[in-house]
Design a binder for this molecule. Structure first.
Ligand SMILES: NC(=O)c1ccc[n+]([C@@H]2O[C@H](COP(=O)([O-])OP(=O)(O)OC[C@H]3O[C@@H](n4cnc5c(N)ncnc54)[C@H](OP(=O)(O)O)[C@@H]3O)[C@@H](O)[C@H]2O)c1
Length: 448
């Protein structure tokens, strides 16, 4: 019985065929029936020699019906030599190098196609692993190299348009809201560099003074003046306007830049929802109060910093203060749409005054705007490479404020220093008029 157990073999050492010289004497085959054709349990007859998977010729038994099977076999590897053809010499069985037991390569248990010997079996996974590691290493080296090569092009694309105008602003007066940081500070710097007298209008005087010092030092322009302005409080806006009108005889450029985004629900001192109150109503009132000075100083320009986010905004006249439902992302979008509509209506009303009004999208800028959202702050940090720097973000504001070719262009919306697409809601004149009237009502002013 013990002799019937298969000894461990290296490589494919299938059972020898019953009919082979060695197989006939093999005790393991003593009780084994010859293999049968699975399709037809018909006559059994030898179909001759054919090659095993290793090329060793042998004779095997196939049970074949007299008809088609044998013809197919004759065409294939189990074909018997045609009658009269010289019989192929029977090859000597392959002998094991380790013992006396002969090993038949190929046989009743045939090796699957592509099978390799056990000697080489360990090499296949090793080779696969090597090639896998090769691919990983190749990617690890080539991807950073590719990114490195592409980085300057990506940066140039992200930076967007640049203001090419070299216009000087000597003797001109500019007011910029929210100029202590981000886009506003860079805009103020650029105008100061061109020789303008710049009023930095900010709610935090300490931050504003620090920014003003930096601007003066970098531009060599000492005419950078700090004034307090809190757009979340109409009293502060009126105080700023009174102070400005008392001290400044001219105003050539008003840049309504300050803004808040993603604030948790809160209200301004006058009870307006924060986004609407600061981003739209605050600037609406400021512009109203300074408009006469702008008209007297014409040609003059009003630049409203809006956003691409205006595409997601709607003016919800039934719930302007978000008391029935509030979403801080949408609240920002609504307020930025209000900027676009305000600009449109203002431009229409200022026709013939030589005071122009345009709005713009500065781009996605790495600034403090996302300070109210922890997630956005981290996203802004991680993807800062793909965001504009504040200086790049200021380019469209500067373009709208100084470009000679925009002298008489009004009521437009710009992005990357060129006209950009306005959402259908931003082009709705009826909504713009209605918003104008509602804003006047909310602020208690009469502006015809
Ligand atoms: N960054 C962008 O990706 C992006 C994209 C589209 C549009 N924008 C628009 O660009 C403008 C500038 O944003 P930014 O990116 O430069 O943001 P920022 O760095 O946060 O600057 C916002 C400025 O607004 C001021 N501000 C906020 N609330 C104010 C208030 N109640 N009264 C007076 N000033 C107030 C801030 O003053 P404090 O520092 O004292 O808070 C700050 O100076 C905003 O109108 C924003 O909507 C920005």
């Amino acid at each position: 019985m013990a002799s019937d157990r298969l000894p461990p073999t290296r490589g494919y050492a299938p059972l020898p065929s019953r009919t082979s010289a060695i197989g006939r004497g093999d005790p393991r085959l003593r009780n084994r029936a010859p293999p049968r054709c699975l399709t037809t349990a018909g006559s059994r007859r030898p179909i001759g020699r054919h090659r095993g998977s290793r090329g060793g010729a042998r004779t095997s038994w196939r049970a074949l019906p007299a008809g088609s099977c044998s013809r197919r076999a004759a065409r294939g590897r189990g074909a018997a030599p045609p009658q009269g053809a010289p019989a192929r010499p029977r090859p000597a069985p392959h002998r094991s190098t380790r013992g006396h037991r002969p090993l038949f390569l190929g046989g009743a248990r045939r090796a699957p196609p592509g099978a390799i010997s056990a000697d080489a079996a360990w090499m296949e996974p090793a080779a696969a692993m090597l090639s896998c590691w090769g691919a990983v290493l190749g990617a690890a080296v080539s991807v950073p190299l590719l990114l490195l090569a592409a980085a300057p092009y990506v940066r140039r694309y992200v930076a967007g348009g640049r203001c090419r105008s070299a216009a000087r602003l000597d003797g001109k007066v500019a007011v910029i809201t929210g100029a202590n940081t981000g886009i506003g500070k860079e805009t103020a710097k650029e105008l100061a560099r061109r020789g303008a007298r710049v009023i930095v209008a900010c709610r935090d005087i300490i931050k504003a003074e620090a920014a003003a010092r930096e601007i003066r030092a970098e531009t060599d322009n000492q005419e950078v003046i700090v004034k307090k302005l809190d757009l979340a409080d109409t009293r502060s806006i009126r105080e700023f306007a009174n102070s400005f009108l008392a001290e400044e005889k001219e105003l050539h450029i008003l840049i309504n830049n300050a803004g808040v985004m993603l604030c948790p629900y809160s209200k301004t001192a006058d009870g307006f929802e924060m986004h609407l109150g600061v981003n739209h109503l605050g600037h609406f009132l400021l512009t109203f109060l300074l408009l006469e000075r702008l008209k007297q100083s014409a040609p003059s320009r009003i630049v409203n910093v809006s956003s691409l986010a205006h595409h997601g905004g709607r003016i919800r006249f039934h719930d302007l203060n978000g008391e029935k439902s509030y979403n801080r992302g949408l609240a920002y979008c609504h307020s930025k749409l209000a900027n676009v509509l305000f600009t449109r209506e203002l431009a229409r009303r200022l026709q013939g005054t030589k005071v122009t009004a345009n709005s713009l999208h500065p781009g996605s800028v790495h600034s403090e705007l996302v300070r109210h959202s922890f997630v956005m702050m981290w996203l802004w940090r991680i993807f800062s490479f793909f965001l504009k720097t504040p200086w790049e973000g200021a380019q469209t504001s500067v373009y709208c404020a100084v470009a000679e070719e925009l002298e008489s262009v009004t009521g437009q919306y710009f992005s990357d220093c060129q006209p950009a697409y306005v959402s259908p809601w931003g082009r709705d004149d009826e909504t713009a008029k209605k918003l104008w009237n509602v804003s006047c009502e909310l602020l208690g002013i009469q502006w015809d």
